[in-house]
Design a protein around this ligand. Structure first.
Ligand code: ADA
Length: 607
């Protein structure tokens, strides 16, 4: 799914499709020699090999191979959107790069050759290895699949090429932008003519000063219209360098909008907004994290049907197809670097830190032009009550702000009372499970949900708290329900319990003007492990989905939809299945702030 053409002149060959494949299992990946290897199978790219019936649940080394035509003597690079968990890429038998995070894009240079036909081999290892792939841990509560999980392509390059183009909104009303360009190949210092064209119009050349291959220019978007959840207007900018035969170009799509955190709210283009949505894993029993286009689209249609305007991409950088669609449909996205429950052991390890830092950069570079992405997250539920975790939190926040000063920074914490790093971030995000964990002996666990959330907000705002006055987000809340399990006891794991649980949580968050939003945990059931910290979940799935893993709605679906839609209606939204207009929401939130507490109530459940 390419929602717009990224290049007009550059020759790009998709490598998606059938590759030759061999699963070697428990062997040392360093010693794999693909020369003469008997490829006894095929595998689709992109796809998680260990989600296919033949290799389901297998861990070890797998080798992929394909052939590709490259113009003799031309420079080229291979672009992989995501390969897990660790991989090495060889071209004609020579290693050209490796990567150790399943969800970050990377590139490898293809050495020029006299031959047109080139052999690309990818040696994949999906075993957990703290030294080689330190960002992946076996104890995470989501299944980490192996293989070439996202699209791959080969780009042929002239002597000098556009390595990266970033568009930053300077002023929404004036439709002005700053374009940051980074060149690859032959170095350039000094003025160079660059062509710029908006929305497919003819290019206009202008001189740009480059220093060390980097140049910036300020431009005005003709007929620039702001991007917002209600009106997700998008523009494209085509940038072109070089002369005939050595021409290179890149088209990026952007939205004119700005994001800020002020007075305890998140504002889009100056308007406070309530973020209401879900955490979503890229997961399906048949495809693992290699979702078909149709699945991504239908998930977003479901989210829209529920009345959501917000998606937290838990717990890793998202597939660009999802972000492209969120841009088009007007969803707001929390994009986050891979992390789950790590602490001192990982954070004291320089290898982990190096990989984490590189991952942040890869994520920001890849997602920078998506207007839907409004905040960067990282290190979900780390040991943030320990002072020993302070250095990596400081490092990460400063790295993110250095890479992109235009978005908000947050992390999801599980320590609402004792977290030590709230001062560092723009948005205070808390994962809460009152009425689910640790309440096995409580008579009425559902009664804990609303009051516990309210207490957390009060606590966060207490004088002297580093969180006080910042926007608050419930970044996770939910309860498990096994699809189809409806039971008169209405107890844990029943669809009824989950439905009532989510109602209580939503009522509390939507009726309280203080929180800036909520991301329910989670959109659809997703596979996890039986061991680690995943708490022996039934079926080895995290069953807190409002839909099951095949996207069949549970009872909670209707309840959540009803509550969210009444919320938007109470804010004066003209259509209940979309976002409220910012002005109306602003008035509604202000009215609440002056004491008129809106009460959204779910209808009495029909027996
Ligand atoms: C945490 C974690 C999620 C999931 C959830 C749960 O908040 O961030 O990934 O594991 O708990 O279901 O318990």
């Amino acid at each position: 799914m390419l929602t717009y053409p990224r290049h007009r002149h550059r020759r790009v060959t998709s490598l998606d499709g059938l590759w030759r494949f061999r699963f070697l299992g428990d062997t040392a990946s360093d010693s794999v020699n693909a020369d003469g290897l008997d490829f006894d199978d095929h595998m689709v790219v992109p796809m998680a090999f260990d989600a296919t019936p033949a290799y389901a649940g297998r861990r070890g080394v797998a080798v992929y191979q394909t052939r590709v035509e490259v113009t003799p003597k031309a420079d080229a690079h291979l672009e992989f959107q995501g390969v897990g968990l660790w991989c090495r890429v060889d071209v004609d038998g020579t290693p050209v790069g490796d990567n150790a995070c399943a969800y970050t894009p990377f590139r490898c240079a293809v050495p020029p050759s006299d031959q047109a036909e080139r052999t690309v081999t990818v040696v994949v290892d999906n075993r957990f290895d703290p030294q080689r792939a330190p960002l992946h841990e076996e104890f995470f509560d989501f299944y980490q699949y192996g293989g070439i999980l996202r699209s791959a392509a080969l780009h042929e390059l002239p002597a000098r090429w556009l390595d990266h183009v970033k568009v930053e909104t300077l002023d929404v009303d004036a439709a002005s932008i700053r374009v940051h360009m980074r060149l690859g190949g032959e170095p350039v210092d000094g003025a160079m003519a660059v062509g710029f064209g908006f929305d497919g119009a003819e290019l206009q050349a202008r001189p740009v000063e480059f220093r060390g291959g980097r140049g910036t220019v300020d431009l005005e978007t003709p007929n620039g219209r702001p991007w917002s959840p209600e009106s997700p207007n998008l523009h494209t900018l085509t940038v072109e360098i070089g002369e005939d035969g050595q021409r290179d170009d890149a088209t990026v799509r952007f939205g004119l909008r700005w994001v800020e955190a002020r007075d305890g709210q998140v504002l889009i283009n100056g308007h406070p907004t309530k973020l209401i949505g879900y955490n979503r894993h890229e997961a399906h029993p048949q495809f693992g994290p290699a979702s078909p286009d149709a699945l991504i689209l239908s998930d977003l249609q479901r989210l829209r049907d529920l009345g959501c305007n917000f998606v937290r991409g838990a717990h890793y950088p998202q597939d660009r197809r999802l972000l492209d669609l969120c841009d088009e449909l007007g969803f707001l996205v929390w994009e986050e670097m891979l992390g789950w429950g790590q602490g001192e052991r990982q954070f004291n390890d320089p290898v982990f830190r190096r990989h984490h830092r590189a991952g942040l950069e890869a994520m920001v570079n890849a997602s920078i032009n998506h207007p839907s992405v409004i905040m960067w997250g990282f290190l979900n539920e780390a040991e943030t009550e320990s002072p020993a975790t302070r250095p990596i939190f400081e490092e990460t926040v400063s790295a993110l702000r250095g890479l992109d000063a235009t978005r908000l920074v947050t992390y999801a914490s599980m320590y609402p009372e004792t977290d030590l790093h709230w001062d560092l971030v723009d948005v205070v995000s808390i994962n809460l499970y009152p009425g689910w964990y640790g309440c096995e002996n409580v008579d009425d666990p559902l009664a804990l949900v609303g009051p516990s959330i309210a207490k957390v907000f009060e606590e966060l705002d207490r004088p002297g708290s580093a969180a006080a006055g910042k926007p608050f987000l419930v970044s996770e809340i939910g309860a498990e329900a096994i699809y189809g399990w409806r039971d008169e006891h209405e107890s844990f794991f029943s669809e009824q319990y989950q439905s009532q649980y989510l109602e209580r949580a939503l009522e509390e968050v939507l009726n309280n003007p203080r929180p800036t939003g909520v991301a329910l945990w989670h959109f659809a059931d997703a596979r996890t492990y039986s061991g680690g910290l995943s708490l022996k979940r039934p079926r080895t799935f995290n069953n807190k989905g409002t839909l099951d893993e095949y996207r069949r709605p549970k009872q909670a679906y209707a309840a959540v939809k009803q509550l969210i839609q009444s919320f938007w209606r109470s804010c004066g939204a003209a259509r209940v299945d979309t976002h409220v207009s910012p002005d109306r929401l602003e008035r509604a939130l202000n009215a609440n702030g002056t004491g008129r507490r809106r009460r959204i109530k779910q209808r009495q459940a029909t027996p």
